[in-house]
Design a protein around this ligand. Structure first.
Ligand code: 5AD
Ligand code: SF4
Length: 453
């Protein structure tokens, strides 16, 4: 082990993929003596792991860089400043032009090259940009051993996207669809479990398009996500499996059935639909209708009646008429979501939708978003309240904000708080729910916790 002599501050924007990547960057930098700090003020290296999905996310990066420049000056130029993630990939050259204080720019496929790039910067070589797409090399080169932070962890199994939804930058920033080999995923999962992880969330931009090379012992066809999950479920000590984010087009029967036959697979699915109108779905190039989406959810609920469904929505996609929006509202009524994210359409230069006629006026988007969010909030509140009186297994993840309270999550991924002490962290305890709000549920321990293993 190298002694920790330098401080690293990473600020993460956007999706869970970025959260995972930030963790992996810490792993890569640990052998160089970097340990994490909570503030940029005293850091030797500051990385902004950025998101390019909507315009607002990108703007934030440039304003943050302006502030960090001042901190860097205050440090006498000692602080290194880097931009990683999807803004780095999409606008690397623009970043270097607009903000000379930036020392390094790395795309999401280049994190294993961080030590090399830092060394180059130290040698004052003028090579600040690394945005090649070599996703395979990235996974091969990242250290197998991971630092863990609590009993729940992300594990990336797939990256990139070939779907080309007409509004979305991901196929351009994250590149083509790529699945990791089953053997390396299993090794990483076992390593996490050895360090006390009990819940693994399998990550991918298009996670259910997973088609990883079969393990050495079964060198047959590529494995689907369903097969991978059933295999991971055999790992002793791993109690909960989740996956995100899925596309309706790749929701095959095998995966749907896994919710019925694999107890460790949690009854929760994030399945973005984006819109409820077939005309809009077509213009979005989603490759499915509203009816097909509803059928998938019905099938899931036949298999697992308590299935919690969440989604993403975009309002105001170019050409969205009042009736199209009403179709989204009725789809929401039909599905009855446990939670959802909803956004105003954001025009992303370079995507096909950016050039579509009839962009929807801002006031119309605002009005639609408010109505949609009001309905989704009502459903989410109702879903949380429906747990009151029930006893649910809660994975204890840490302390809650209030004194004497612990935090955890239900099988349905609801944030949970209950009275208890820190010895419970990492255990799965039964909690009888007594309160609920928009964003969480609360309760009391139902019985004595399991003995410490
Ligand atoms: N405008 C608004 N929302 C978008 N998303 C992706 N691209 C855009 C865009 N151009 C949303 C989608 C996706 C989520 C991650 O972000 O709903 O599922
Ligand atoms: Fe973007 Fe569509 Fe791919 Fe999701 S499926 S990452 S929305 S292009």
């Amino acid at each position: 082990m190298t002694a920790a002599t330098k401080r690293l501050f990473i600020k993460t924007y956007g999706c869970q993929m970025n959260v995972y990547d930030s963790e992996r960057m810490k792993d890569v930098l640990a052998p160089l003596g970097y340990s994490s700090t909570d503030t940029p003020e005293d850091a030797d290296l500051v990385l902004l792991n950025t998101c390019h999905i909507r315009e607002k996310a990108t703007e934030k990066v440039f304003s943050e860089l302006g502030q960090l420049k001042r901190l860097k000056q205050a440090s006498g130029g000692k602080m290194l400043l880097g931009v990683t993630g999807c803004v780095a990939q999409a606008e690397g050259e623009e970043i270097m032009r607009r903000q000379p204080a930036v020392d390094l720019v790395l795309g999401p496929q280049a994190y294993h090259k961080l030590p090399e790039l830092i060394a180059r910067v130290h040698r004052a070589a003028n090579e600040r940009l690394e945005t090649e797409f070599e996703v395979e090399e990235k996974f091969d080169a990242l250290p197998i051993d991971r630092q863990v932070d609590g009993p729940a962890a992300f594990l990336s199994v797939q990256e990139g996207c070939d779907k080309f939804c007409s509004f979305c930058v991901v196929p351009y920033t994250r590149g083509a669809e790529f699945s990791r080999d089953v053997d390396t995923i299993v090794a990483e999962a076992r390593g996490l479990v050895r360090k006390g992880v009990r819940e693994i969330n399998l990550l991918g931009q298009n996670v259910n398009a997973f088609h990883g090379r079969a393990p050495a012992l079964d060198a047959g066809e590529d494995w689907s996500l369903g097969k991978l999950i059933r295999h991971l479920a055999k790992i002793d000590g791993l109690d909960r499996i989740r996956f995100t984010t899925s596309h309706p087009r790749d929701m095959d029967d095998d995966l749907i059935e896994a919710f019925g036959d694999t107890e460790k697979l949690m009854p929760y699915l994030h399945l973005p639909v984006q819109a409820g109108s077939d005309a809009v779905l077509k213009a979005m190039n989603r490759g499915h209708t509203a009816e097909r989406y509803v059928k998938i959810i019905e099938r899931l609920r036949e298999i697992r009646p308590d299935m919690a469904i969440t989604s993403d929505f975009i309002v105001g996609f170019p050409g969205e008429r009042d009736q199209d929006f009403e179709d989204t509202m009725s789809l929401v009524e039909t599905i009855d979501y446990a939670a959802a994210y909803s956004f105003k359409y954001s025009r992303r230069p370079g995507t096909p939708a950016a050039d579509m006629f009839s962009q929807v006026p801002e006031e119309v988007m605002n009005e639609r978003l408010q109505r949609l969010q009001a309905l989704l909030r009502e459903q989410q509140t109702r879903f949380n309240a429906s747990q009151i009186g029930k006893t649910l297994p809660v994975l204890v993840t840490g302390t809650a904000r209030n004194e004497g309270q612990m935090a955890g999550r239900t099988p349905y991924l609801q944030a949970t708080h209950f009275s208890g002490d820190e010895s419970l962290v990492g255990q799965i305890v039964d909690v009888t729910m007594t309160t609920a709000s928009l964003n969480s549920v609360g309760g009391e321990l139902a019985n004595q916790p399991e003995p410490v293993r």
